[in-house]
Design a protein around this ligand. Sequence first.
Ligand code: SAM
Length: 296
Amino acid sequence: MDKNLIVFGNAQSMKEIGDESVHLVVTSPPYFNAPFDYPDMFESYEEFLGIMRNVSREIMRVLKWGRVAALVVDDTLIKGKKYPVVADITKIFVEEGFRYRERIVWVKPEGYIRISRRSGVLLQNPYPMYYYPDNLQESILIFQKGEFDYKSIPEDIREASRIDLEEYQKNKWYLNVWYITNVLPTHNRLERGIAAFPEEIPYRLIKLFSYKGETVLDPFMGSGTTLKVAVELGRKAIGYEIDLELLDVIRKKLNIGQNSLLGNSNEFEIIVREDAKRLRSKLQEKVKQIKRVKKG
Ligand SMILES: C[S@@+](CC[C@H](N)C(=O)[O-])C[C@H]1O[C@@H](n2cnc3c(N)ncnc32)[C@H](O)[C@@H]1O
């Protein structure tokens, strides 16, 4: 892969990428029908898991031997029922041949505004059986395709990719609990309605699991956070996104087609496939309806 690439289309087929040509996958799949992000996006939980299985097969195909796929996921709560997304995705990836290496818990600050404060139920009814805790965490699942050959990396690339130990120690990367502030829901943020993760997550994963000049893939790119950080860290980037309505947000975030006289335009090839869809406006309309019903 020489160029950065963005494909608008369904990541169940990543036919634009050759076998064994990606060094790292960093992604966050859509949160299954989450009421504030993707209401009724999937017809059933089984349909959602089927899509995850197809994408995991494509990831297995395009990843180089020994390399890692990192997925930011969480169980989804819909009408009082939790769907075990973390466990089911782990099972799917293991069944498709990956080694389950690690689960890192991403903890958000306590003042996190987007959570539904279910814990209030117990304040109203301070008795047993009224316990519903507020959710401040997500999981970062790390899967590996076979064993990595540490000797395969030339000495100069290894040195150029050296991890800054001061940063590693100071920000406690060595723990399997990462305290990272989420993207704050400010009114005019670029990522409105996208459920974007903060740059710090791909920043750590790309530094920890890829070398300079290598290729990083995000099959569910959303606003393009993974691709932005990958390019900033001297990696090549590939992203898939089904929703063509995100084109402008992605262009802005990745500085594509901006003033190249200033030398700050990033080079990306953009392919729009026939299976791309237009989703955001409809999803956002549904989210508004849900919020109105909750208030009313
Ligand atoms: C949780 S968001 C990713 C957000 C991203 N990490 C960011 O920081 O902006 C998941 C994205 O996957 C997209 N998506 C859902 N199903 C897809 C599919 N089958 N193929 C490609 N993209 C898909 C959604 O439109 C959504 O933008």
